[in-house]
Design a protein around this ligand. Structure first.
Ligand SMILES: [Ca+2]
Ligand SMILES: [Ca+2]
Length: 408
């Protein structure tokens, strides 16, 4: 049900907790939070090392599992539209995992056309450009609405309580000890709906992004992310594109860099170290979000695919989609279905966040799947964008975005 439950490795326990709530007011509040809220230096680096391109390359099919040099085919462009993106040649890879969570099964072969993808999560600086140009107001900045309910959901039964009926978003509260964790509330002990929390105020109304402009934008819903994409002339990655990109051309590896989570004791991503949720040691250098590009890139040049913030994908979520998804360019299921929360429309999220630890979530693996209500962001969820091959009106779009920089 609630998004933060899904960071749990033990979703059965979470479900049990919700179903056992005897306090109707609490249960209503829980559902309310689910409905309204369920559900950002070291700058990005590496552009100088890539081969400049001035036009969109055509699709070049390569087999990522038989061609170890695939990463050398990754290309970049000086065209402003493709700045801070890479072009990944089309290829084949095995998506999913045998020995992990049920929704990552079965592993299956997927073929993708080539596509451009952002090197890093969309930053506060980038999102601010979008908002400045369009005046867009994010879902967290608007009064809550029950936007992401499935057709036929019993809206009458889903009232927004007056005390919750304020713009805001989901933040975390770190208990000082396990004594502060109310068994009745479970995960709600360390998550809270904060009125006034939004992308410009990631920790609540008194906070700001002034010193976080190179951090990933957070508190953005899937709907917000799509609006950014439309403005930027881009799209969200399909789940298959995301996993292909995250793997970096490596075969059968758990992480974007290999099979060991922190090889030689070195942290290669921003996650949670310490006893979750009472102790965040920040051994990787960051307690919350980190500036994009603070950790090494994968072999495709992508930063923070594992950790930092969760990343929205375009696909609806269905746990059994891998069983019958098409081999070529799988677009995701045609509708959303989460058996744990069937009334709500959910989209896929990938890559884990600074809140994921080995004791809780482990969403930072290549194959780990997450789902979130499409109308809801949180303080550990952002996105990156793609541009699909065959994209021919890039110049027109670039002109639309920034007429001064688009030279024929
Ligand atoms: Ca960390
Ligand atoms: Ca990420």
């Amino acid at each position: 049900m609630l998004r933060w439950f899904h960071e749990s490795r033990n979703t059965d326990e979470a479900l049990e907790m919700v179903s056992s709530m005897k306090n109707p007011a609490l249960a209503a509040a829980v559902f309310l939070v689910a409905a309204i809220g369920l559900i950002a230096a070291m700058a990005y680096r590496g552009t100088e090392t890539m081969v400049p391109e001035t036009s969109v390359p055509t699709t070049a099919v390569a087999d990522s599992e038989e061609s170890p040099s695939l990463s050398t085919q990754v290309r970049k462009s000086e065209n402003p539209l493709y700045r801070e993106m890479v072009f990944l040649p089309g290829g084949r890879f095995t998506m999913g995992a045998i020995d992990s969570q049920p929704d990552e099964f079965p592993p299956h072969e997927v073929e993708l056309d080539g596509f451009w993808i952002d090197l890093h999560e969309v930053t506060n600086r980038q999102f601010a450009e979008f908002v400045s140009a369009t005046g867009y107001v994010t879902t967290a900045e608007r009064p809550p609405e029950l936007r992401s309910l499935q057709p036929g959901a019993d809206r009458e039964a889903l009232k927004i309580l007056p005390e919750m009926n304020k713009p805001g978003s989901i933040c975390s509260y770190q208990p000082k000890s396990r004594d502060e964790i109310d068994p009745e509330k479970g995960a709600y002990s360390w998550w809270q709906y904060v009125a006034g929390a939004d992308w410009k105020h990631p920790d609540g109304p008194e906070s700001s992004i002034e010193d976080r402009m190179d951090h990933p934008v957070v508190h953005v819903s899937w709907l917000d992310a799509m609006e950014y994409c439309k403005w930027a002339g881009k799209d969200l990655p399909t789940e298959a594109q995301w996993e292909y990109a995250a793997r970096g051309g490596l075969k059968n590896q758990v992480y974007p860099w290999g099979s060991s989570r922190n090889p030689d004791g070195k942290w290669l991503h921003n996650i949670w170290q310490g006893e979750f949720p009472v102790q965040n040691t920040g051994d990787d250098g960051f307690l919350h979000t980190s500036p994009v590009g603070s950790f090494p890139a994968n072999d495709f040049g992508l930063f923070d695919v594992s950790g930092n913030v969760w990343e929205w994908c375009k696909d609806y979520y269905q746990p059994e989609y891998y069983s019958d998804s098409p081999r070529s360019n799988p677009p995701g299921p045609s509708s959303s279905f989460d058996p744990m929360d069937p009334a709500v429309i959910k989209r896929v999220q990938r890559g884990g966040s600074f809140m994921c630890s080995e004791q809780y979530c482990i969403g930072y693996r290549n194959t780990a799947r997450m789902k979130g209500e499409e109308d809801t962001g949180a303080f550990h969820t952002g996105f990156r964008c793609v541009i699909n091959a065959g994209f021919e009106d890039d110049l027109a779009r670039t002109r639309q975005k920034d007429p001064m920089t688009a030279q024929p």
